[in-house]
Design a protein. Structure first.
Length: 342
């Protein structure tokens, strides 16, 4: 949902963007269609809520409700939030924003109405990349000729996942990933005494994502994933058994495995120790072992990324993950625990 407890004032890496947008708004040079893009967990939604507060003069935590029903999920009449709906039968969030939400909820029921105040109206679409092709095409007309008192904000993780026709009609605002030191300093202020460096690295440098991982006890989950891989290498667990454990949160497990393999690749490229050279039979044996490890890692990483893409298409997650993990049965390489990635 769009509702976020962390406000933009608590996110120092967004200060420059906030100042730039404040200047554009005060001088009337801000586009009526804004595309906010950046990694998840860097504050994209917080920026959108700050814009809502600035434009509409309301507290965004009160303006945006915790629902995502057909009403658009907004508590303020001049604020409309479009995001994937909850399936009424399964109670699960749908994976896409359909044309009905854009045409009916946004255009017919919001854009064509009169503003309740003097500050105009604001519509937020998140995540914008979840719009179907028909929904995106339906939105184009509103992006080309928005009403004078309406601002449209699209939030996405990557502009490459949006149609070029959508991107070209918006003013882009890129949310940066803060320097690692700045991200760690912020996390230490949020969770005093905790060492969240590994979580920040896993989150790609996104502090809010790292904080969410910490609050969900992901470090423990990651150690469980590592133990499963050790079980595979030692032939104490089967790929089907591990896949059954991972399927409930398949995308997160695959993200962890991809990250873990990336760390191994970097370790190989940096160079092994003298002890490793002796164990593998000198320089020639060592080079051969490194090449084999790199090939295995790159093959797995390519398979993982393709599988993550296909998971949204309704394929059988358990069987697909089991097929991926066959390479680990009997040993893909040395297993490390979460704490080895300091």
């Amino acid at each position: 949902m769009l509702n976020q407890q962390k406000k933009i004032d608590n996110l120092p890496w967004l200060a420059d963007i906030k100042d730039q947008l404040s200047t554009l708004l005060s001088t009337g040079k801000c586009s009526h269609a804004l595309l906010v893009h950046g990694r998840e967990g860097t504050g994209r939604r917080q920026l959108a809520l700050w814009l809502a507060e600035t434009m509409l003069g309301v507290d965004p935590l009160r303006a945006v409700g915790a629902t995502n029903d057909d009403s658009g999920g907004a508590g303020h009449p001049d604020l409309c939030v479009i995001q994937p709906l909850t399936d009424k039968k399964t109670q699960k969030t749908k994976k896409s924003i359909g044309i009905e939400q854009i045409r009916e909820t946004l255009i017919d029921e919001f854009l064509h109405l009169t503003s309740h105040g003097n500050s105009g109206r604001l519509a937020v679409i998140w995540p914008a990349e979840s719009m179907t092709i028909d929904a995106a095409n339906c939105l184009l007309k509103s992006l080309e000729e928005p009403p004078d008192d309406v601002y449209l904000i699209l939030i996405t993780e990557s502009i490459r996942r949006l149609p070029p026709t959508i991107v070209s009609r918006c003013q882009r605002i890129r949310i940066p990933i803060p320097a690692r030191e700045e991200g760690l300093e912020w996390l230490q202020a949020e969770v005093p005494g905790a060492d969240l460096g590994n979580l920040l690295d896993f989150a790609g440098g996104a502090p809010l994502a790292a904080l969410d991982l910490h609050q969900s006890s992901f470090a423990q989950t990651a150690d469980e994933y590592a133990a499963d891989l050790r079980g595979l290498e030692q032939r104490q667990m089967s790929p089907v058994e591990v896949a059954g454990r991972w399927q409930a949160n398949a995308d997160l497990a695959l993200r962890w495995l991809d990250w873990r393999l990336s760390r191994r690749v970097r370790s190989c490229l940096v160079g092994p120790s003298d002890n490793a050279s002796a164990e593998t039979g000198g320089a020639t044996g060592q080079t051969r072992a490194i090449q084999q490890t790199l090939q295995a890692c790159f093959r797995q990483m390519a398979q993982i990324r393709e599988l993550r893409r296909l998971l949204n298409g309704g394929i059988n997650a358990e069987l697909s993950i089991a097929g991926l993990l066959m390479d680990w049965y009997g040993g893909l390489g040395r297993q490390e625990s979460w704490t080895d990635y300091g």
